[in-house]
Write a protein that binds this ligand. Structure first.
Ligand SMILES: [Zn+2]
Length: 173
């Protein structure tokens, strides 16, 4: 994951790897199209693959995105977060999972994939991403703290880690 180019989200101005962002191709002066496969040859803007940034871009007059483009992004987010949640729920009692920032930090050398909640505090988010980069661990932002918490019968969980390489690979692909 080291050579992935980074782009800036036009909404929150955060720099992220392309796979963590939605690409929105600018196909004419005032027309934008959601480029799901990131393949349309044209200039483009990027936004985070989060409900928050999709919601905020929908209110941004500068980009006047069509409702159907916004909906397809929202649908994709919903589907993916649901899938992750289902997979995690099925694995909740396995030794391959650990959760919570302290446990994750402690166990960082054994972790192969991180699922970070979309509403984690900025400070913890930075801390985790820094570590993930240091150890070359792929990560995604999915669901919110309540949804991740539910998996373990907790109120809130801000991060879940996968400690099994094979399982991690299955979730990334
Ligand atoms: Zn953003």
């Amino acid at each position: 994951m080291q050579n992935n180019p980074e782009r800036t989200c036009v909404v929150c101005r955060e720099k992220k790897e392309k796979q963590e962002l939605f690409r929105i191709a600018k196909i004419s002066e005032d027309e934008y199209k959601f480029d799901e496969k990131q393949k349309i040859q044209s200039r483009a803007i990027y936004i985070c693959r989060t409900h928050e940034c999709v919601k905020r871009v929908s209110k941004n007059k500068k980009y006047s995105l069509k409702m159907e483009e916004l909906l397809s992004m929202a649908k994709l987010l919903k589907r993916q977060s649901k899938d992750y949640l289902n997979i995690l729920r099925a694995m909740r009692n396995s030794e391959h999972l650990t959760f919570g920032i302290n446990m994750v930090m402690e166990d960082i050398e054994h972790i192969h994939f991180l699922i970070i909640s979309e509403d984690i505090s900025e400070k913890n988010d930075r801390k985790l991403i820094l570590k993930a980069k240091e150890y070359n661990i792929p990560y995604v932002h999915y669901g919110n703290k309540n949804q991740l918490g539910e998996i373990f019968n907790k109120d809130e969980v801000n991060v879940i880690a996968i400690k099994n390489k094979k399982v991690a690979r299955g979730m990334i692909e």
